[in-house]
Design a protein around this ligand. Structure first.
Ligand code: NAD
Ligand code: 0WE
Length: 255
């Protein structure tokens, strides 16, 4: 059994019960960690706080990662409440809806900027803020998707952001290695979350992914949570800069 008693984990990206962040928060909490759950804004607050109440000892925080002032404020609150932090989970992505469909060549300058700022730069900003609190070393992780490497129709500008995110993980791993802070990405297979809602072909995509994957099924959030628990724990003490696939094996197939 993985024991995270005495460890504190901050989890960003909590929207609702389907959020990958929620599954990760539950797994870390079940292993004994003290959990801070972060949601984007007032609109997410009610639902997120309801979930956080299910985890005794957990606390909710509001933070829009596109806002430097809000990041600074939330980390001041973490410092005050916890002092030391052991794990940080970044489960955040956003691109304007119109850039996630249609012709890739029509990607807007603004859509490109927003996707990279919210989905990639935020990992750098959160890592810089958390590193001074990871006084006993730590584990930082983010969520990525296979479309960073191979074309997935309509993922468009988000694919560029995920490719950049995976490179960011390697550079952060190199930079923070001397502090014994590890940085990794989990590449999850498609899951029906809020971020996958409104994607017209999601049903077909889930079916195709299950057909092709060696395990012939889809991934669920709690399985991603299991990998996150491993990455938060000492069992992964020599793993950094990696992208770990939690996709039922989909990525290994050539045909
Ligand atoms: P989700 O919608 O539950 O989570 C996305 C979160 O990002 C939301 O909580 C949203 O509030 C947050 N967010 C967006 N902009 C923000 C901002 N400016 N400040 C703070 N938070 C912000 O969906 P999810 O599927 O759980 O997504 C979590 C991560 O997993 C994302 O990085 C996504 O790309 C990745 N991922 C998802 C899938 C999938 O199929 N669902 C597959 C692989 C990777
Ligand atoms: O990372 C994602 C989705 C991220 C996402 C989702 C939205 C929807 C609402 C980012 N920005 C927005 N902006 C919105 O306005 N996934 C891995 C899920 C996903 O999204 C796809 C997929 C898959 C899988 C989009 C097209 C094709 C496949």
């Amino acid at each position: 059994m993985i024991d995270l008693a005495g460890k504190t984990a901050v989890v960003f990206g909590l929207a609702n019960k389907r959020s990958i962040a929620w599954a990760i928060a539950q797994k870390l909490h079940a292993a004994g960690a003290t959990v801070a759950g972060c949601y984007q804004n007032e609109r997410m607050k009610l639902e997120a706080e309801d979930l956080i109440r299910e985890l005794p000892g957990a606390t909710g925080f509001q933070c829009d990662v596109a806002n430097d002032q809000e990041v600074e404020t939330v980390f001041a609150a973490f410092r005050e409440k916890y002092g030391k932090i052991d794990a940080l989970v970044h489960a955040i992505a956003y691109a304007p809806a119109e850039d996630l469909r249609g012709e890739f060549i029509n990607t807007s300058r603004e859509g490109f900027r927003i996707a990279h700022e919210v989905s990639v730069y935020s990992l750098i900003a959160l890592s810089r803020a958390v590193a001074p609190l990871m006084t006993e070393g730590g584990s930082i992780m983010t969520l990525t998707y296979y479309a960073a490497e191979k074309v997935v129709p309509n993922y468009n500008v988000m694919a560029l952001a995920k490719a950049s995110l995976e490179a960011t993980v390697r550079y952060l791993a190199w930079n923070l290695g001397p502090k014994n802070i590890r940085v990794n990405a989990i590449s999850a297979g498609p899951i029906k979350t809020l971020a996958a809602r409104g994607i017209g072909s999601m049903g077909d995509m889930l079916k195709a992914a299950a057909d092709r994957a060696p395990l012939h099924r889809n991934v669920d959030q709690l399985e991603v949570g299991g990998a996150a628990l491993f990455l938060a724990s000492d069992l992964s003490s020599a793993i950094t800069g990696e992208t770990i696939y939690v996709d039922c094996g989909y990525n290994i197939m050539g045909f």
